[in-house]
Ligand binder design. Sequence first.
Ligand code: PMV
Length: 307
Amino acid sequence: MAVIGAAPGKVILFGEHAVVYGEPAIAVPIHSRRATVRVRYEPPGTGLRVAAEDLDQTIQLTDEHPLSLILRRTLETLDAAPPDITLVLTSTIPIASGLGSGAAVSAALARALSAALGAPLPNAQLNDLVYEVEKVHHGTPSGIDNTVVVYGEPVYFVRGSTPQRFQIGAPFALAVADTGIASPTHRAVADVRRLHEEGPAYWAQIFAQTGAIVEAARAHIAAGEIAALGPLMNRNHALLQMMTVSCPELDALVEAAREAGAPGAKLSGGGRGGNMIALVTEDVDREHLRNVLHKKGAAHVMFTEVS
Ligand code: PMV
């Protein structure tokens, strides 16, 4: 099983939801969590299938299953017949919690399949494919998830523009705490869309305020001014609360992180569940923070370095 495809998880640092309306957002990969696909060669006539080990499930190419769509699109793009292989999928990215699990699994599958066919897809083409599949599953995604997991680099993203890598002036750490509540992003996105339709001018200025926070954050990250990110995270969270995409469980984790000394905390991703991120500066006692977050209901807490 020599051929391997992989892709990391991700978190959105700043700008979720407003990004759907053309404002910028910043997202970073989480390399400690990834989807990995190994290729097992099978006897002729076996066909193409996915063995999703964590789900204890085998999916055939012809099944109506979210995982078979990316395979079909990859074969169409390469104008190739299905090879006789099993794509053995494992992932350490929690599902449906805003960490990019769906996009990472699609990217890893398409990478492994195209490599097994001797035609590894370049990132730009892979990104388009994964985005197409994201659209089928998530309605009107901005494209930020697929971009950051496919490129595996911090991304400054504006919908419809070429994603930009940006400078990280000094590495920094985040705590990522999962509420344990699975929340479909498309529902939160649809609710924000309804709000926007009811009062476009009002919401446009809320989104613009979010965009200004993202621009400031990008400049501070590039300059290595990490402490300045805390207040920006707090302001971004307040705007997300106004957009109605936070929830009591997320707010409790945000409050707890701040009380434990994190200079900033916010929800990350679609909201209404999923994850909270907090800035972990050197003076923050990580074990204390972890305990406090668990006590306030976090199902999982992890620390990740952004560099
Ligand atoms: O829930 P996640 O991490 O997949 O992020 C969704 C981000 C939104 O801005 C809410 C939607 C989007 O498509 O960008």
